[in-house]
Design a protein around this ligand. Structure first.
Ligand code: AMP
Length: 420
Protein backbone atom coordinates (compact mmCIF):
# COMPACT_ATOMS: atom_id res chain seq x y z
CA UNK A 1 0.00 0.00 0.00
CA UNK A 2 1.44 3.38 -0.95
CA UNK A 3 1.83 5.91 1.82
CA UNK A 4 0.06 9.26 1.71
CA UNK A 5 2.49 12.04 0.80
CA UNK A 6 3.12 14.97 3.10
CA UNK A 7 2.41 18.34 1.50
CA UNK A 8 3.68 21.82 2.25
CA UNK A 9 1.61 24.16 4.39
CA UNK A 10 -1.06 26.33 2.78
CA UNK A 11 0.32 29.74 1.85
CA UNK A 12 3.93 28.52 1.61
CA UNK A 13 5.78 27.80 -1.61
CA UNK A 14 8.68 25.67 -2.75
CA UNK A 15 11.02 27.53 -5.05
CA UNK A 16 11.89 24.83 -7.54
CA UNK A 17 15.01 24.78 -9.75
CA UNK A 18 13.12 26.16 -12.76
CA UNK A 19 12.37 29.33 -10.74
CA UNK A 20 15.40 29.64 -8.48
CA UNK A 21 17.53 31.23 -11.22
CA UNK A 22 15.11 34.18 -11.27
CA UNK A 23 15.40 34.49 -7.48
CA UNK A 24 19.17 34.44 -7.77
CA UNK A 25 19.09 37.12 -10.47
CA UNK A 26 16.93 39.32 -8.24
CA UNK A 27 19.06 38.70 -5.15
CA UNK A 28 22.25 39.44 -7.00
CA UNK A 29 20.79 42.73 -8.33
CA UNK A 30 19.79 43.68 -4.78
CA UNK A 31 23.30 42.99 -3.40
CA UNK A 32 25.02 44.86 -6.23
CA UNK A 33 22.72 47.88 -6.18
CA UNK A 34 22.69 48.21 -2.39
CA UNK A 35 26.46 48.16 -2.33
CA UNK A 36 26.60 50.79 -5.11
CA UNK A 37 24.60 53.07 -2.79
CA UNK A 38 26.78 52.25 0.23
CA UNK A 39 24.23 50.08 2.07
CA UNK A 40 25.55 47.11 4.10
CA UNK A 41 23.71 43.85 4.66
CA UNK A 42 22.22 42.99 8.05
CA UNK A 43 20.83 39.55 8.96
CA UNK A 44 18.62 39.05 11.99
CA UNK A 45 17.19 35.85 13.56
CA UNK A 46 14.01 34.22 12.19
CA UNK A 47 12.19 34.70 15.50
CA UNK A 48 12.10 37.37 18.16
CA UNK A 49 10.30 38.14 21.39
CA UNK A 50 6.61 38.77 20.66
CA UNK A 51 6.84 42.04 22.57
CA UNK A 52 9.15 43.51 19.93
CA UNK A 53 6.35 43.45 17.37
CA UNK A 54 3.49 44.37 19.68
CA UNK A 55 5.47 47.42 20.78
CA UNK A 56 6.72 48.56 17.39
CA UNK A 57 4.17 47.41 14.83
CA UNK A 58 1.29 48.16 17.19
CA UNK A 59 -1.29 46.05 19.04
CA UNK A 60 -4.22 47.10 16.92
CA UNK A 61 -2.67 46.42 13.50
CA UNK A 62 -3.85 43.37 11.52
CA UNK A 63 -0.33 41.97 11.70
CA UNK A 64 -0.13 41.93 15.47
CA UNK A 65 -3.79 41.35 16.29
CA UNK A 66 -4.39 38.39 14.00
CA UNK A 67 -1.55 37.38 11.69
CA UNK A 68 1.48 36.52 13.80
CA UNK A 69 2.81 33.00 14.23
CA UNK A 70 3.45 33.13 17.97
CA UNK A 71 4.02 30.48 20.58
CA UNK A 72 5.28 29.98 24.09
CA UNK A 73 8.43 27.91 24.04
CA UNK A 74 9.52 25.22 26.49
CA UNK A 75 11.13 27.90 28.67
CA UNK A 76 7.89 29.89 28.89
CA UNK A 77 9.06 32.70 26.58
CA UNK A 78 6.60 34.35 24.21
CA UNK A 79 8.13 34.18 20.75
CA UNK A 80 7.07 35.12 17.22
CA UNK A 81 8.28 34.33 13.71
CA UNK A 82 9.22 37.67 12.15
CA UNK A 83 6.17 39.21 10.44
CA UNK A 84 8.19 42.25 9.27
CA UNK A 85 11.79 43.41 9.33
CA UNK A 86 12.00 47.02 10.45
CA UNK A 87 11.41 46.10 14.10
CA UNK A 88 14.16 43.46 14.11
CA UNK A 89 16.63 45.72 12.35
CA UNK A 90 15.86 48.56 14.77
CA UNK A 91 16.27 46.14 17.69
CA UNK A 92 19.67 45.04 16.41
CA UNK A 93 20.66 48.67 15.74
CA UNK A 94 19.90 49.58 19.36
CA UNK A 95 21.28 46.40 20.95
CA UNK A 96 24.65 46.67 19.18
CA UNK A 97 24.85 50.44 19.55
CA UNK A 98 25.40 50.91 15.82
CA UNK A 99 24.46 54.58 16.21
CA UNK A 100 27.37 55.05 18.65
CA UNK A 101 29.81 53.60 16.13
CA UNK A 102 28.90 55.82 13.18
CA UNK A 103 26.45 58.70 12.79
CA UNK A 104 24.69 57.22 9.76
CA UNK A 105 23.97 53.51 9.32
CA UNK A 106 22.67 52.43 5.94
CA UNK A 107 21.48 48.83 6.14
CA UNK A 108 19.71 46.41 3.82
CA UNK A 109 18.30 42.92 4.14
CA UNK A 110 16.81 40.01 2.20
CA UNK A 111 14.67 37.78 4.39
CA UNK A 112 11.69 35.46 4.83
CA UNK A 113 8.63 36.67 6.75
CA UNK A 114 5.58 34.98 8.19
CA UNK A 115 2.01 36.27 8.40
CA UNK A 116 -1.12 34.18 8.74
CA UNK A 117 -3.05 35.93 5.99
CA UNK A 118 -5.66 34.51 3.64
CA UNK A 119 -3.52 33.07 0.85
CA UNK A 120 -4.15 34.27 -2.72
CA UNK A 121 -2.04 35.18 -5.74
CA UNK A 122 0.67 37.54 -4.48
CA UNK A 123 -0.29 36.97 -0.82
CA UNK A 124 1.38 34.16 1.08
CA UNK A 125 1.96 33.05 4.66
CA UNK A 126 5.68 32.75 4.20
CA UNK A 127 7.00 35.35 1.78
CA UNK A 128 10.20 37.27 1.19
CA UNK A 129 11.11 40.89 1.35
CA UNK A 130 14.17 42.89 0.67
CA UNK A 131 14.43 46.32 2.14
CA UNK A 132 16.64 49.04 3.48
CA UNK A 133 16.72 50.98 6.73
CA UNK A 134 18.82 54.16 6.93
CA UNK A 135 19.32 55.44 10.47
CA UNK A 136 20.81 58.75 11.54
CA UNK A 137 19.58 61.45 9.17
CA UNK A 138 16.37 63.42 9.27
CA UNK A 139 17.14 65.21 6.02
CA UNK A 140 15.28 64.59 2.75
CA UNK A 141 18.52 63.74 0.92
CA UNK A 142 18.33 60.28 2.40
CA UNK A 143 14.60 59.98 1.55
CA UNK A 144 15.48 60.68 -2.08
CA UNK A 145 18.38 58.22 -1.96
CA UNK A 146 16.23 55.42 -0.50
CA UNK A 147 13.55 55.93 -3.16
CA UNK A 148 16.18 56.07 -5.93
CA UNK A 149 17.73 52.85 -4.63
CA UNK A 150 14.38 50.99 -4.73
CA UNK A 151 13.68 52.19 -8.26
CA UNK A 152 17.20 51.41 -9.39
CA UNK A 153 16.76 47.76 -8.34
CA UNK A 154 13.39 47.54 -10.09
CA UNK A 155 14.78 49.12 -13.27
CA UNK A 156 17.84 46.85 -13.30
CA UNK A 157 15.68 43.74 -13.28
CA UNK A 158 13.54 45.11 -16.10
CA UNK A 159 10.40 45.97 -14.13
CA UNK A 160 8.39 48.63 -15.87
CA UNK A 161 4.93 50.15 -15.60
CA UNK A 162 5.73 51.25 -12.08
CA UNK A 163 4.20 54.12 -10.20
CA UNK A 164 5.71 55.90 -7.21
CA UNK A 165 3.01 57.23 -4.89
CA UNK A 166 4.23 59.81 -2.45
CA UNK A 167 2.95 61.71 0.55
CA UNK A 168 4.08 63.29 3.80
CA UNK A 169 2.24 62.53 7.01
CA UNK A 170 4.05 65.32 8.81
CA UNK A 171 5.29 65.41 12.36
CA UNK A 172 3.42 63.93 15.36
CA UNK A 173 1.68 67.25 16.10
CA UNK A 174 0.45 67.48 12.52
CA UNK A 175 -0.94 63.98 12.70
CA UNK A 176 -2.69 64.63 15.99
CA UNK A 177 -4.48 67.63 14.47
CA UNK A 178 -5.27 65.69 11.32
CA UNK A 179 -6.62 62.75 13.29
CA UNK A 180 -9.05 65.10 15.04
CA UNK A 181 -10.04 66.60 11.69
CA UNK A 182 -10.72 63.17 10.16
CA UNK A 183 -12.85 62.20 13.17
CA UNK A 184 -14.78 65.44 12.88
CA UNK A 185 -15.28 64.86 9.15
CA UNK A 186 -16.41 61.24 9.58
CA UNK A 187 -18.71 61.84 12.55
CA UNK A 188 -21.84 62.48 10.43
CA UNK A 189 -21.04 59.34 8.35
CA UNK A 190 -20.36 57.08 11.33
CA UNK A 191 -23.43 54.86 10.86
CA UNK A 192 -22.44 54.25 7.20
CA UNK A 193 -18.98 53.00 8.10
CA UNK A 194 -18.09 49.31 8.21
CA UNK A 195 -17.68 47.62 11.57
CA UNK A 196 -13.87 47.65 11.15
CA UNK A 197 -13.83 51.36 10.38
CA UNK A 198 -16.16 52.11 13.28
CA UNK A 199 -13.62 50.44 15.56
CA UNK A 200 -10.78 52.38 13.95
CA UNK A 201 -12.71 55.63 14.37
CA UNK A 202 -11.73 55.76 18.02
CA UNK A 203 -8.37 53.99 18.11
CA UNK A 204 -6.77 54.98 14.89
CA UNK A 205 -8.95 56.93 12.45
CA UNK A 206 -6.10 57.43 9.95
CA UNK A 207 -6.28 53.75 9.12
CA UNK A 208 -9.80 54.29 7.76
CA UNK A 209 -8.09 56.07 4.86
CA UNK A 210 -6.67 52.67 3.79
CA UNK A 211 -10.19 51.28 3.30
CA UNK A 212 -10.99 49.17 0.25
CA UNK A 213 -14.78 49.45 0.80
CA UNK A 214 -16.20 51.41 -2.21
CA UNK A 215 -18.83 53.23 -0.15
CA UNK A 216 -16.18 54.43 2.31
CA UNK A 217 -13.86 55.44 -0.52
CA UNK A 218 -16.57 57.72 -1.90
CA UNK A 219 -17.30 59.20 1.55
CA UNK A 220 -13.59 59.97 1.92
CA UNK A 221 -13.39 61.84 -1.37
CA UNK A 222 -14.20 65.10 0.39
CA UNK A 223 -12.11 64.38 3.49
CA UNK A 224 -9.56 67.04 4.46
CA UNK A 225 -6.00 66.65 3.16
CA UNK A 226 -3.14 66.10 5.54
CA UNK A 227 -1.12 68.79 3.74
CA UNK A 228 -3.36 71.41 5.39
CA UNK A 229 -2.01 70.24 8.76
CA UNK A 230 1.70 70.15 7.97
CA UNK A 231 3.91 72.37 10.11
CA UNK A 232 6.23 74.79 8.28
CA UNK A 233 9.13 72.37 8.81
CA UNK A 234 7.10 69.45 7.43
CA UNK A 235 6.33 71.50 4.34
CA UNK A 236 9.97 72.45 3.76
CA UNK A 237 11.04 68.82 4.23
CA UNK A 238 8.56 67.56 1.66
CA UNK A 239 9.27 70.33 -0.83
CA UNK A 240 12.99 69.64 -0.62
CA UNK A 241 12.36 65.95 -1.27
CA UNK A 242 10.27 66.77 -4.35
CA UNK A 243 13.01 69.08 -5.63
CA UNK A 244 15.59 66.30 -5.27
CA UNK A 245 13.36 63.77 -7.03
CA UNK A 246 12.71 66.20 -9.90
CA UNK A 247 16.43 66.81 -10.10
CA UNK A 248 17.21 63.10 -10.53
CA UNK A 249 14.29 62.58 -12.92
CA UNK A 250 12.13 60.42 -10.71
CA UNK A 251 8.41 60.72 -11.44
CA UNK A 252 5.93 60.56 -8.61
CA UNK A 253 2.23 60.87 -8.00
CA UNK A 254 1.24 62.92 -4.97
CA UNK A 255 -1.18 60.75 -3.02
CA UNK A 256 -2.69 62.61 -0.04
CA UNK A 257 -4.51 59.51 1.24
CA UNK A 258 -1.32 57.47 1.63
CA UNK A 259 -0.93 57.50 5.39
CA UNK A 260 0.34 55.22 8.10
CA UNK A 261 -1.43 54.91 11.38
CA UNK A 262 1.38 54.31 13.83
CA UNK A 263 2.78 57.11 15.91
CA UNK A 264 6.43 56.52 15.18
CA UNK A 265 5.91 57.11 11.45
CA UNK A 266 6.74 60.64 10.38
CA UNK A 267 6.78 62.71 7.23
CA UNK A 268 7.66 60.87 3.99
CA UNK A 269 5.56 57.83 3.05
CA UNK A 270 5.67 56.12 -0.30
CA UNK A 271 4.46 53.10 -2.14
CA UNK A 272 5.52 51.66 -5.49
CA UNK A 273 2.88 49.78 -7.46
CA UNK A 274 3.04 47.78 -10.67
CA UNK A 275 0.17 47.87 -13.16
CA UNK A 276 1.22 44.35 -14.23
CA UNK A 277 -0.21 42.94 -11.00
CA UNK A 278 -3.88 42.53 -10.18
CA UNK A 279 -5.50 43.36 -6.85
CA UNK A 280 -2.23 42.96 -4.92
CA UNK A 281 -0.39 45.61 -6.92
CA UNK A 282 1.90 47.07 -4.23
CA UNK A 283 5.46 45.85 -4.57
CA UNK A 284 7.08 48.19 -2.13
CA UNK A 285 6.06 50.30 0.83
CA UNK A 286 8.25 52.67 2.77
CA UNK A 287 8.59 55.78 4.78
CA UNK A 288 10.19 57.70 7.58
CA UNK A 289 9.98 56.51 11.18
CA UNK A 290 11.76 59.16 13.21
CA UNK A 291 10.11 57.94 16.44
CA UNK A 292 10.75 54.20 16.14
CA UNK A 293 14.19 53.79 17.72
CA UNK A 294 13.14 55.84 20.73
CA UNK A 295 9.89 53.87 21.10
CA UNK A 296 12.03 50.72 21.38
CA UNK A 297 14.21 52.19 24.12
CA UNK A 298 17.04 53.57 21.99
CA UNK A 299 18.31 57.15 21.73
CA UNK A 300 16.09 59.36 19.55
CA UNK A 301 17.28 58.56 16.02
CA UNK A 302 15.65 59.47 12.73
CA UNK A 303 15.26 56.74 10.16
CA UNK A 304 13.70 55.86 6.84
CA UNK A 305 13.30 52.62 4.94
CA UNK A 306 11.22 50.48 2.68
CA UNK A 307 10.27 46.84 2.27
CA UNK A 308 9.59 45.23 -1.09
CA UNK A 309 7.79 41.94 -1.65
CA UNK A 310 9.98 39.61 -3.69
CA UNK A 311 7.26 37.17 -4.81
CA UNK A 312 5.29 40.10 -6.26
CA UNK A 313 8.36 41.51 -7.98
CA UNK A 314 8.97 38.15 -9.63
CA UNK A 315 5.31 37.95 -10.70
CA UNK A 316 5.64 41.37 -12.31
CA UNK A 317 9.02 40.60 -13.87
CA UNK A 318 9.35 39.66 -17.51
CA UNK A 319 9.45 35.84 -17.50
CA UNK A 320 12.40 35.61 -19.91
CA UNK A 321 14.62 38.13 -18.23
CA UNK A 322 16.86 35.56 -16.56
CA UNK A 323 16.20 32.44 -18.58
CA UNK A 324 19.70 31.96 -19.94
CA UNK A 325 21.30 28.72 -18.94
CA UNK A 326 24.48 28.80 -16.94
CA UNK A 327 25.75 25.61 -18.52
CA UNK A 328 28.33 26.27 -21.18
CA UNK A 329 29.45 22.75 -22.02
CA UNK A 330 27.62 19.47 -21.98
CA UNK A 331 30.04 16.55 -22.44
CA UNK A 332 28.46 13.79 -24.47
CA UNK A 333 30.06 10.39 -23.91
CA UNK A 334 29.91 7.68 -26.52
CA UNK A 335 30.36 4.29 -24.85
CA UNK A 336 31.18 3.41 -21.23
CA UNK A 337 34.96 3.33 -21.55
CA UNK A 338 35.19 7.10 -21.73
CA UNK A 339 33.57 7.84 -18.35
CA UNK A 340 36.79 8.51 -16.45
CA UNK A 341 38.08 10.79 -19.22
CA UNK A 342 34.79 12.69 -19.04
CA UNK A 343 34.91 13.12 -15.27
CA UNK A 344 38.47 14.46 -15.52
CA UNK A 345 37.66 16.81 -18.38
CA UNK A 346 34.54 18.13 -16.60
CA UNK A 347 36.62 18.84 -13.49
CA UNK A 348 39.34 20.59 -15.51
CA UNK A 349 36.78 22.79 -17.24
CA UNK A 350 35.01 23.67 -13.98
CA UNK A 351 38.36 24.60 -12.44
CA UNK A 352 38.76 27.30 -15.07
CA UNK A 353 35.20 28.47 -14.32
CA UNK A 354 33.46 26.92 -17.30
CA UNK A 355 30.10 25.52 -16.18
CA UNK A 356 30.07 21.93 -17.34
CA UNK A 357 27.66 19.00 -17.12
CA UNK A 358 27.70 15.43 -18.30
CA UNK A 359 25.33 12.51 -18.37
CA UNK A 360 25.19 10.43 -15.19
CA UNK A 361 22.50 7.96 -16.14
CA UNK A 362 24.34 6.46 -19.11
CA UNK A 363 21.92 7.51 -21.84
CA UNK A 364 22.26 7.03 -25.59
CA UNK A 365 24.16 9.57 -27.71
CA UNK A 366 20.90 10.92 -29.10
CA UNK A 367 19.32 11.30 -25.64
CA UNK A 368 22.43 13.08 -24.33
CA UNK A 369 22.35 15.58 -27.20
CA UNK A 370 18.66 16.15 -26.58
CA UNK A 371 19.41 16.86 -22.92
CA UNK A 372 22.25 19.26 -23.85
CA UNK A 373 19.81 21.25 -25.98
CA UNK A 374 17.09 21.09 -23.39
CA UNK A 375 19.18 22.63 -20.63
CA UNK A 376 20.42 25.33 -22.99
CA UNK A 377 24.12 24.35 -23.04
CA UNK A 378 26.15 26.45 -25.48
CA UNK A 379 28.40 23.62 -26.63
CA UNK A 380 28.32 19.85 -26.74
CA UNK A 381 31.69 18.17 -26.43
CA UNK A 382 31.61 14.67 -27.93
CA UNK A 383 34.01 12.00 -26.73
CA UNK A 384 34.04 8.33 -27.75
CA UNK A 385 36.65 5.57 -27.98
CA UNK A 386 37.66 6.86 -31.37
CA UNK A 387 38.24 10.38 -30.02
CA UNK A 388 40.14 9.08 -27.00
CA UNK A 389 42.47 7.11 -29.24
CA UNK A 390 43.12 10.09 -31.49
CA UNK A 391 43.37 12.33 -28.39
CA UNK A 392 40.80 14.74 -29.77
CA UNK A 393 37.18 15.70 -29.19
CA UNK A 394 34.38 17.05 -31.36
CA UNK A 395 33.12 20.44 -30.20
CA UNK A 396 29.65 21.32 -31.43
CA UNK A 397 28.18 24.80 -31.16
CA UNK A 398 24.57 23.99 -30.30
CA UNK A 399 23.08 27.22 -31.59
CA UNK A 400 24.86 27.36 -34.97
CA UNK A 401 25.33 23.60 -35.39
CA UNK A 402 29.00 24.15 -36.39
CA UNK A 403 31.32 21.37 -35.34
CA UNK A 404 35.10 21.25 -35.13
CA UNK A 405 37.79 18.82 -34.00
CA UNK A 406 39.91 20.00 -31.08
CA UNK A 407 42.95 18.23 -29.61
CA UNK A 408 42.17 16.92 -26.14
CA UNK A 409 45.15 18.60 -24.49
CA UNK A 410 44.28 21.89 -26.18
CA UNK A 411 40.64 21.92 -25.15
CA UNK A 412 41.11 24.10 -22.07
CA UNK A 413 43.14 26.60 -24.04
CA UNK A 414 40.60 26.46 -26.86
CA UNK A 415 37.61 27.02 -24.57
CA UNK A 416 39.39 29.94 -22.95
CA UNK A 417 39.85 31.56 -26.35
CA UNK A 418 36.15 31.29 -27.24
CA UNK A 419 33.82 34.01 -26.17
CA UNK A 420 30.72 32.46 -24.69
P1 AMP B 1 4.31 45.61 4.32
O1 AMP B 1 5.43 45.02 5.15
O2 AMP B 1 2.95 45.06 4.71
O3 AMP B 1 4.36 47.10 4.22
O4 AMP B 1 4.53 45.07 2.85
C1 AMP B 1 5.60 45.45 2.04
C2 AMP B 1 5.53 44.65 0.75
O5 AMP B 1 5.65 43.25 1.05
C3 AMP B 1 4.20 44.76 0.02
O6 AMP B 1 4.22 45.87 -0.85
C4 AMP B 1 4.14 43.45 -0.73
O7 AMP B 1 4.88 43.55 -1.93
C5 AMP B 1 4.84 42.48 0.19
N1 AMP B 1 3.90 41.67 0.98
C6 AMP B 1 3.25 42.01 2.13
N2 AMP B 1 2.51 40.99 2.59
C7 AMP B 1 2.69 39.95 1.73
C8 AMP B 1 2.22 38.60 1.67
N3 AMP B 1 1.41 38.09 2.59
N4 AMP B 1 2.63 37.83 0.63
C9 AMP B 1 3.46 38.33 -0.31
N5 AMP B 1 3.96 39.58 -0.29
C10 AMP B 1 3.57 40.39 0.70
Amino acid sequence: MSKEIIRSIKGTQDILPDKSNRWQALESTIHKTASKYGYKEIRTPAFERTELFSRSVGEETDIVSKEMYSWIDQGGEKLTLKPELTASVARAYIQHNLGGLRPVNKLYYIDALFRRERPQKGRYRQFHQFGVEAFGSEHPEVDAEVIALALSIFNSIGLDELQLKLNSIGSPQCRKDYRDAIREFLKPHFSNLSETSQKRFNNNPLRILDTKVPQEISILEDAPNISNYWTDDDKVHFEELLTYLDYINIDYKLTPRLVRGLDYYTRTTFEITSSKLGAQDAICGGGRYDGLVESLGGKPTPGIGFAAGMERILLAMNKDSSKNSQVQIYIVGIGQSVQSAIIKLAEDLRRINIATEFDVIRRSLKAQLREANKIGAKYALLIGDQELKSKSVELKNLSSGDQEKVELNKIIEHMNSLSY
